[in-house]
Design a binder for this molecule. Structure first.
Ligand SMILES: Nc1ncnc2c1ncn2[C@@H]1O[C@H](COP(=O)(O)OP(=O)(O)OP(=O)(O)O)[C@@H](O)[C@H]1O
Ligand SMILES: [Mg+2]
Length: 257
């Protein structure tokens, strides 16, 4: 279980998360929605400790992680996989080396076992046999799937997905959604998925939470969110602009924040 309480993070005068509170039950999939710049990626980075939040609490299976020393945090991180928005692959390594990276570094498994895990993980994301390809030779959607394979390879109990289906074709996106659901149902993986794609959100979520001005302004089941009367959530899920393109979320309904 992941329990986040009063989480706050600012970058100078840019307040990104402000007393945000969210609980993700074990084995459940929580989908985070919200406009570009709403702090979704920052939120995931706080959970894995890439960013240390200014204040607030993050408990992972009962352990307060915000104040954990790096060495202790690494033990927790073994159970958390993160699929990065841009893939975050190493350009100097081939696909196989990218996928096996964390197992090579942090596990004592035999090379042959790691090789088999890499092969299985790539097959799961529909990229069987591409171990020898270099990152530069991959399309955007392939990079994203390799990043997902790298996470699957570690068999984590918690997976954080930052826009796993953005920039992949609709059929691959559907296959990735099915995989997320399968991991959740069969292996009881606890998942937090950031997505802009409402169809994906409705399909995979046990719960959907909308970020707005650093807080969660609505949370509910897919049906509850679909039928919401909350004006800001309604506007978001129907993708209605009420003014010119704005940077981040400065304008909603044409009003300055
Ligand atoms: N390391 C950083 N230093 C300074 N500002 C940052 C940093 N990381 C993020 N920000 C700022 O925090 C805000 C939220 O960024 P974040 O990447 O979390 O947005 P997001 O909700 O993931 O958006 P998108 O949907 O476009 O991916 C933005 O204003 C961004 O400029
Ligand atoms: Mg983001």
């Amino acid at each position: 279980m992941i329990e986040i309480t009063n989480l706050s993070q600012a970058f100078e005068d840019n307040i990104v998360l402000s007393n945000l509170t969210l609980t993700v039950q074990e084995g459940q999939t929580t989908v985070i929605i919200g406009r570009s710049g709403a702090g979704k990626s920052v939120f995931l980075k706080c959970i894995v400790g890439i960013l240390r939040p200014d204040s607030g609490s993050i408990k992972i299976n009962g352990v307060e992680v915000t104040t954990l020393p790096e060495k202790e945090y690494n033990k927790i991180r073994k159970d958390i996989g993160m699929v990065f928005q841009g893939g975050a692959l190493f350009d100097s390594l081939n696909v196989g080396e990218n996928v096996s990276f964390f197992l090579d570094e942090f596990s004592n498994l035999d090379a042959s076992v790691i090789k088999a895990k890499v092969s299985d993980s790539l097959a799961l994301v529909g990229l069987k046999g591409i171990e020898k390809m270099m990152t530069a030779q991959l399309s955007g959607g392939m990079k994203k799937r390799v990043s997902l394979a790298r996470v699957l390879c570690m068999e984590p109990r918690i997976i954080l997905y930052d826009e796993p289906t953005t920039g992949v074709d609709p059929i691959t996106a559907d296959a990735i959604n099915n995989l997320i659901v399968e991991l959740s149902h069969k292996l009881k993986v606890t998942s937090i998925v950031v997505t802009h794609d409402m169809n994906s959100a409705y399909k995979i979520a046990d719960s959907i939470a909308m970020f707005y001005h650093g807080q969660i302004i609505a949370q509910g089941t897919p049906d509850e969110i679909r039928q919401t009367n909350h004006p800001i959530v309604k506007q978001f899920i129907h993708g209605e602009a009420h003014g010119p393109i704005t940077d981040g979320e400065q304008l909603v309904f044409g009003h300055a924040k």
